[in-house]
Design a protein around this ligand. Structure first.
Ligand code: ATP
Length: 215
């Protein structure tokens, strides 16, 4: 059964850290496709200054021609706040009960997982793959730590045996890039060349995004 990965973010803007991680996870998890899903209306952070339409357009340009990465606009098409659990539920419905689904998140997200909508249901629909920098630490106490107890898988082959339900920590060296720093650099008129794919950067320039006087 062809496995599907899910990598969400505000992508404000998309950068090489996101892209490299998706390519590596796709190979490691042997995914047919990694769905990169712009969060239209985040529930847990300030609303992005750049519209979801622009953020999706930058993503589409950034991954053009890369087989296996797909820009998925489902959270733009839904009304209300963008909850990951709704996205997983939709994908499970579309792909059927047997398709392995892997929700990929950073360790920072795992630490705050209990603030997510219906967070305990996430693994009813997908496996959770947590990308961790070397030296990572799992939450040791609290609701997330308790919840993890019977879900942690030691390695990938275990995940292959079921379509959902387990949590895997995947250690990776992440490129030191963040959208926050890129926004600051762009607004200050500094170059972000080679940190953002050229096609996305062209889009930023054409639409005058992240400039001082343009909201
Ligand atoms: P911001 O600085 O605005 O918070 P960000 O660069 O962290 O943005 P997001 O769109 O918020 O990007 O993140 C989407 C996903 O990408 C999250 O799971 C996050 O952990 C991950 N991510 C962020 N930066 C990197 C990076 N440098 N390498 C790999 N993954 C990253």
């Amino acid at each position: 059964m062809n496995a599907i990965g899910i990598f969400g973010g505000t992508f404000d803007p998309i950068h090489i850290g996101h892209l490299r991680t998706c390519v590596e996870l796709r190979e490691y998890l042997q995914l047919e496709e990694m769905h990169m899903i712009p969060c239209a209306r985040p529930a847990h952070r300030e609303q992005p200054g750049i519209s979801a339409i622009h953020r999706l357009a930058m993503l589409c340009r950034a991954i053009e021609g890369e087989p296996g990465l797909r820009a998925d606009d489902r959270e733009l098409r839904r009304k209300g706040l963008s909850y990951t659990v709704d996205t997983l539920q939709e994908l499970r419905h579309e792909k059927g009960d047997d398709c392995p689904l892997y929700l990929c998140v950073g360790m920072d997200s795992l630490a705050n997982l209990d603030s997510w909508q219906r967070w305990q249901e996430l693994t009813a629909f997908a496996h959770l793959v947590v990308v961790a920098r070397p030296g990572w630490q799992l939450p040791k106490t609290g609701p997330v730590a308790n919840w993890l107890e019977d879900k942690l898988a030691a390695d990938m082959p275990l995940l292959k045996q079921t379509p959902a339900g387990l949590v895997l920590i995947r250690e990776m060296t992440l490129l030191p890039v963040s959208s926050t720093k890129l926004r600051q650099d762009l607004t200050a008129g500094h170059s972000v060349r080679y940190l953002v794919p050229d096609a996305a950067l062209d889009y930023i320039n054409q639409h005058h995004l992240y400039q001082k006087d343009v909201p």
